[in-house]
Design a protein around this ligand. Structure first.
Ligand SMILES: CC(C)(COP(=O)(O)OP(=O)(O)OC[C@H]1O[C@@H](n2cnc3c(N)ncnc32)[C@H](O)[C@@H]1OP(=O)(O)O)[C@@H](O)C(=O)NCCC(=O)NCCS
Length: 254
């Protein structure tokens, strides 16, 4: 059954209307260590099957990896455990805790045709295409997908916009019956295009996709300009600790 879309008009949401993410959630580049869990999550939650190369690129390809992020859930700060020292006294040592991948996003940059009215031949326009965006169900409604989307938009504006060209819009395909996702995008300023792309999801019934699209403009530059330094450490594929971007920092600066 076709979803009833409440409105096709974008409604911009203020980033500051939500509390920061929980402190044990981190937004970070995908690494060889988190890649298998990211792949499982996407395979589980999205009806599109991506080839091995897609996932390899999310870590190894400099451009693809700069536009791929995951959210990890770090256990509560490790409880101190007592260890016995050489002289028989007791002292505390931290216990290790494994991060769990709970959400992911991956995008690509696509060139847009230059409009005939554009007098500057060197100017290029591009669009940011959301290939994957998903959060494991127990971790939904915590603001994680919003934080991932914001981080990717910030990276795109920072790294793929310049004097010679700009990333001017962002779009995604959504299964026509996925009302929750369509509403989620609408609440973040996306318009749902009227046309349904029939047969887009071969394994699903109905099989159609709707395109959700939003322009990127001055408001986005103002909103994300303050987190450029932090995004550098994620956007360049840094896989060390510095690459982990605490979500609370993102939200506070956005
Ligand atoms: C659509 C989907 C990605 C949303 O993920 P999510 O992590 O739950 O999304 P968010 O938490 O950012 O937003 C959901 C709600 O959390 C609430 N929220 C709670 N705390 C928040 C915070 N700190 N910041 C922002 N939002 C917060 C928001 O109010 C939001 O509700 P709203 O949409 O009514 O405004 C998720 O439902 C999903 O994975 N679905 C299956 C896969 C899919 O359909 N993907 C999209 C197609 S590509």
């Amino acid at each position: 059954m076709a979803p009833s879309i409440p409105t096709l008009q974008p409604k911009q949401q203020s980033l500051n209307s939500h509390p920061p993410l929980q402190p044990n959630i981190s937004i970070t580049a995908i690494t060889p260590a988190t890649l298998p869990a990211y792949r499982r999550l996407i395979t589980l939650l999205l009806p599109i099957r991506y080839p091995d190369k897609f996932y390899k690129d999310s870590v190894a390809n400099p451009i693809s990896s700069s536009l791929a992020l995951c959210a990890v859930w770090n256990d509560a700060p490790p409880r101190k455990r007592k260890i016995e020292t050489f002289d028989g006294s007791l002292c505390s040592a931290p216990t290790a805790s494994e991060p769990t991948v709970i959400a992911g996003i991956q995008c690509r940059i696509e060139s847009l045709p230059t409009p005939p009215t554009d007098s500057s031949p060197a100017s290029t326009r591009s669009t940011l295409y959301i290939q994957t965006l998903a959060t494991l169900s127990p971790y939904r409604s915590l603001g994680i997908a919003t934080a991932l989307l914001d981080a990717i938009v910030a990276t795109a504006l920072r790294h793929y916009s310049s004097s010679s060209g700009n990333v001017v819009e962002i779009y995604a395909h959504v299964w026509e019956a996925n009302e929750d996702a369509l509403e989620w995008y609408i609440k973040r300023g996306f318009r749902v295009e009227h046309a349904v792309i029939q047969g887009y999801y071969r394994k699903l019934r109905p099989s159609g996709a709707r395109v959700v699209r939003r322009s990127l403009g001055v408001a986005d530059w103002l909103r994300f300009g303050g987190i450029q330094d932090e995004m550098d450490s994620v956007g360049n594929g840094d896989t060390g600790e510095k690459g982990a971007l605490e979500s609370k920092d993102l939200m506070a600066n956005g």
